[in-house]
Design a protein around this ligand. Sequence first.
Ligand SMILES: Cc1cc2nc3c(=O)[nH]c(=O)nc-3n(C[C@H](O)[C@H](O)[C@H](O)COP(=O)(O)OP(=O)(O)OC[C@H]3O[C@@H](n4cnc5c(N)ncnc54)[C@H](O)[C@@H]3O)c2cc1C
Length: 386
Amino acid sequence: MIAPLTIIGSGMAGLGLLRQLRSLDAERPVTLITADDGDDYSKPLLSTGFAKGLPPERLAARDALAVADSMNALVRTHTRVEAIDTATRTLHLGKERLAYGELVLATGATPMAPFPVPEALAGRVMTVNNLGDYRAFHAALSRLGRPARVAIVGAGLVGCEFANDLLAGGHRVTLVAPETAPLPRLLPEPLGRALGEAFQEAGMALCLGRGVTGLGAEGSDAVIGLDDGESVVADLVLLATGLRPRTALAEAAGLEVSAAGIHTDRLLATSAPGVHALGDVACVDGVNAMYVQPLQAGAKALARTLAGTPAPVRYGPWPVLVKTPLLPVVSLPPASPPARWRIEGEAGDFSALAESEDGRLIGFALTGSCVRRKVELARAAPALLG
Ligand SMILES: Cc1cc2nc3c(=O)[nH]c(=O)nc-3n(C[C@H](O)[C@H](O)[C@H](O)COP(=O)(O)OP(=O)(O)OC[C@H]3O[C@@H](n4cnc5c(N)ncnc54)[C@H](O)[C@@H]3O)c2cc1C
């Protein structure tokens, strides 16, 4: 008899795996346990909802009941797994003990706050990494009843997408980051500057090249102190200062983990027998890619493995599409620093090719009208997990 499967996490990894598994095996007993409400939603839409005026309920494709029904699974919502006993294959849920046959950890990643948030700013300094956060942020904006002054700390993908989206939604946005140009991990500096200029031309304020020294409250305002002595005053602060894989559960259970995530091989198998990891929490053969495409490739491969045909995951070269309509961006960052960037273009339309010492293409970045080259260049670029 095939062992029952338990999945922890109902994000795109957990639900994506369940969907893939059901296309191969309609009968295997599956329990999905999630700390949140189990709504099936696409996380990338969270940073596109304000421009379209989308209320949170419009972002969820279906609720946990519909998920359970359509995918023949037992779904337990608002249930946190507190410990895993790999020797007895048992989960601890409060006082309850639940046996598992095989286990998949799809517990995602958690936002990092690089500085303390004073209690007086509770409800005014937020992160948006799931639909519940989006609900809370949406409600805080609605409560103001007017366009808000929003300061976004962090100019990576999440910070830039929210900055563009909130500005398009009519809010007054200030983007704060220590780097001198947006998207420092995805774009070489000249392309990052082009994005910054597009933001500024549309009315966004940029506070780049300056670190945050602390946060304070002045009446109903949040005040961000900067290391040049200046400050930014806002109604709401959105922290977009990076994510850390949620490894605590796995680490306490004795699984091999590092800051990059739960270590797995290409079959998504962890160091504990019968336990797999997938999505933002997994570091697969040394690579933690917190994006949808690798997560989907992982879900597809793991479903086949769990259905009886071991299938190592491959990622291929996957370009990241940054949702900044003010200046479209596509990037496939090189796995190691390039010998040189070959940059061509002007007025926001740039192609930047990352080359190795011997002239091979190892990554690229495109802005404006040049994003149409993404398919051609992705075909020529190396896979990250080929
Ligand atoms: C605003 C935003 C925009 C993005 N845009 C893009 C994009 O355009 N393209 C792209 O490729 N990627 C994008 N990403 C990244 C992408 O969305 C993520 O890589 C992906 O959604 C991660 O899914 P996940 O299932 O691994 O994790 P999560 O969505 O974090 O899900 C984790 C799940 O685990 C549950 N959980 C955690 N701990 C426990 C526990 N102890 N017990 C029970 N349940 C637990 C949680 O409740 C949750 O259900 C974006 C991310 C954000 C935040």
